[in-house]
Each structure stands twice: as structure tokens, then as C-alpha cells.
Design a protein around this ligand. Structure first.
Ligand SMILES: [Zn+2]
Length: 148
């Protein structure tokens, strides 16, 4: 998805399109966020505010991840790294982030249902301990700054 397609999808007022676009944005490194999305932060904020209520009940409101994408662009506009937002959500899964080159996984502890990861942001070098949980309807992850 190009940045132009992401913006169009966010402005489509279609929650599924916006959800796809939000993930494309969330999977962007700082340089791409700064180039493609920070200059249009106001457009993104307006588009997110115009998304309709979900039509049917779901385990989770798909707009949550669209709002997360918005918070990531807001963080960049304030000079903070994208990863500064990760501790505020449970939707960022370490292995997916690593596949997109956004973090390095430095270590893994195979605890049943709750694997733990030591992660480092590839943009700013911040380290996190991430506890993942696979016991619910969908996996979630809790990010905390690493004590070391
Ligand atoms: Zn970072």
C-alpha cells in the first residue's frame, strides 16, 4: 500500500479499508512516517474522527488500531519515536514488528501462553520487555521499558 493509498483508505469512511491502512501506517519506520504522514496529520485526524460506528458487535472495535496509527503520527510530529506509543496499546506484536524491520528481538522466553520478548527499536535503540498473551480471542502484547 502506498502512502497515497493509505490516506485515501483512511478518508474512505469504510472501517475495513481504514483498518488495512492503519496497519500499513503502523508498520512504517520513522523516516517514512515523517515524510508521508506527519505533513498530513490534520487530514488523518479528521479522517479518523469521521469513521462510522461499527455495524455489528465485534470483539474489538477496528477503529482502535486506526486511533493507534494516529497516535503514532502524533508522536512523530512531537519529535518522539514511534515506539514511545507501544506501551499504550496491546496491539503491537513483537514478531510482526520484527518482520517489518521495526524492532530487533534480542531474546525470547518460552513461557506457555505468555511468551516474553526482549526487543530493541531499530529507529531509536530503546529497549523493551514485551509479554505476549495467547489465551484470549486474539493475541495481545504488553510493552514495558526494559529495566536494563
Ligand atoms: Zn524507538
Amino acid at each position: 500500500m502506498t502512502a497515497h493509498e493509505v490516506l485515501s483508505a483512511l478518508e474512505s469512511r469504510d472501517n475495513h479499508q481504514a483498518w488495512l491502512a492503519a496497519w500499513a501506517l503502523i508498520r512504517s519506520p520513522n523516516a517514512a512516517l515523517d515524510r508521508d504522514y506527519v505533513p498530513v496529520l490534520d487530514r488523518i485526524r479528521t479522517a479518523v474522527g469521521r469513521l462510522p460506528e461499527p455495524e455489528r458487535p465485534a470483539v474489538r472495535d477496528s477503529r482502535d488500531c486506526v486511533r493507534l496509527a494516529l497516535r503514532i503520527v502524533e508522536a512523530r510530529s512531537e519529535g518522539r519515536c514511534r515506539c514511545s506509543v507501544y506501551a499504550s496499546t496491546d496491539q503491537i506484536l513483537p514478531e510482526s514488528q520484527a518482520q517489518h524491520g521495526l524492532i530487533d528481538i534480542l531474546g525470547t522466553r518460552d513461557i506457555p501462553w505468555e511468551p516474553e520478548f526482549d526487543c530493541q527499536c531499530t529507529d531509536c535503540g530503546a529497549r523493551y520487555v514485551v509479554r505476549e498473551n495467547h489465551g484470549y480471542h486474539y493475541p495481545w502484547a504488553a510493552w514495558s521499558p526494559s529495566p536494563r
